[in-house]
Write a protein that binds this ligand. Structure first.
Ligand SMILES: [Zn+2]
Length: 82
């Protein structure tokens, strides 16, 4: 299983829809078992949706990373299970 740190590293790619199928599967598996990352994921996807719906242009690259940084900062540090 992915650690929370690995999970957060992959989440940016996942939000940009750049993850390969096997990685996506591992993310979904982690989300199924980790409430911390589920909360982070929910916050990130909601934020991203708001940004997307309020914009008529394409998302600048790296935006999801910045959103994730903001979500992480607002959420405190995720427990590191390495
Ligand atoms: Zn986690």
């Amino acid at each position: 299983m992915l650690s929370c740190k690995q999970m957060l590293d992959l989440l940016g790619e996942h939000l940009d829809d750049e993850t390969a199928g096997d990685v996506r599967q591992r993310i979904v598996e982690h989300l199924g078992r980790c409430r911390t990352c589920t909360a982070l994921y929910d916050s990130a996807t909601k934020t991203l949706r708001v940004v997307t719906e309020s914009s008529s242009f394409e998302l600048p690259s790296g935006l999801s990373d910045r959103i994730l940084d903001a979500v992480r900062a607002g959420h405190g540090s995720a427990p590191d299970r390495d």
